[in-house]
Design a protein around this ligand. Structure first.
Ligand code: SAM
Length: 251
């Protein structure tokens, strides 16, 4: 088995990057170490259910980028798909890419030789246009300080017909509008960017970036609580807000 490559960069931050957030990630050593040690306990939240569900419906293949890759658990899972040749894991925290991601890649038996970890700002991707077949995002779009700009930047590096798949992004349920103020309270207090949008607002962001968009209702079934909630999925947009966001760059 080969090793994952690591590309660290200098002067890569744009004025749109939240530097406080980057420094915050770099400082949470113990928290992340605990996360690796207990990854499968944490994964009971259902995060590992998304990719098999997606890959049954949309064949994931070719060159893939993950934006805001963090500890690289999703990149690790992507690397194990046979038809995926290369995975680029883009993240601004050097600490997460260099010190934390290797442990997760090992834990998840990633095909490490397919993975290149790249330190970068998702507001200015260090790649030429039309490079990737797929762009994956796990819970990072809502950390963008300028979502329209970020989506256009992802679109730029996708091939025509290339697909963006975003999972675990917060969607504000229409019958619970008060959740907006409560969302990410603790992290916001620490200077982290935390946004929540309604489904309608998410669609407007994707469509204004020139992307064809489909929102697929999906809630993992991993916990008893989630299984009990499944019947409520008929009111998903109104009460729950669990969607996989799929967007395509037109040909
Ligand atoms: C909620 S976390 C999700 C991370 C990842 N999915 C995981 O589970 O580890 C959002 C990630 O986006 C990263 N991020 C935020 N702003 C960024 C930027 N401008 N460029 C690159 N990464 C960024 C953060 O460092 C963080 O790792």
């Amino acid at each position: 088995m080969g090793e994952s490559k690591l590309v660290l960069n200098k002067d890569f931050l744009t004025e749109k990057a939240n530097v406080t957030e980057m420094n915050y990630r770099d400082k949470s050593l113990e928290e992340y170490q605990d996360y690796i040690n207990n990854f499968y306990a944490h994964a009971r939240d259902g995060k590992l259910e998304y990719l098999p569900f997606i890959n049954k419906r949309i064949k994931v293949k070719g060159k893939v980028i993950e934006l805001g890759a963090g500890i690289c658990w999703l990149s690790s899972e992507l690397s194990k798909i046979k038809d995926v040749n290369e995975v680029y894991s883009l993240e601004f925290s050097e600490y997460l890419l260099k010190d934390i991601a290797p442990g997760i890649m090992k834990k998840l038996n990633a095909e490490e030789e397919k993975i290149t970890r790249v330190q970068g700002d998702f507001n200015s991707l260090p790649f030429e246009e039309n490079k990737f077949d797929f762009a994956f995002i796990d819970a990072a779009l809502h950390h963008a300080t300028d979502l329209s700009h970020m989506l256009k930047e992802i679109k730029r590096v996708l091939k025509p017909g290339g697909i963006i798949i975003a999972i675990r992004e917060p969607v504000l349920p229409t019958w619970r509008p008060w959740c907006k103020d409560k969302f990410g309270e603790h992290d916001k207090a620490n200077g982290i960017t935390e946004n929540i949008y309604s489904l309608k607002e998410w669609r407007i962001y994707f469509n204004s970036a020139g992307l064809e968009t489909k929102m697929i209702p999906f809630m993992p079934k991993s916990t008893l609580y989630r299984r009990l909630l499944q019947p409520l999925m008929i009111f998903n947009n109104q009460l729950l807000g669990h969607f996989i966001m799929v967007a395509k760059k037109p040909f």
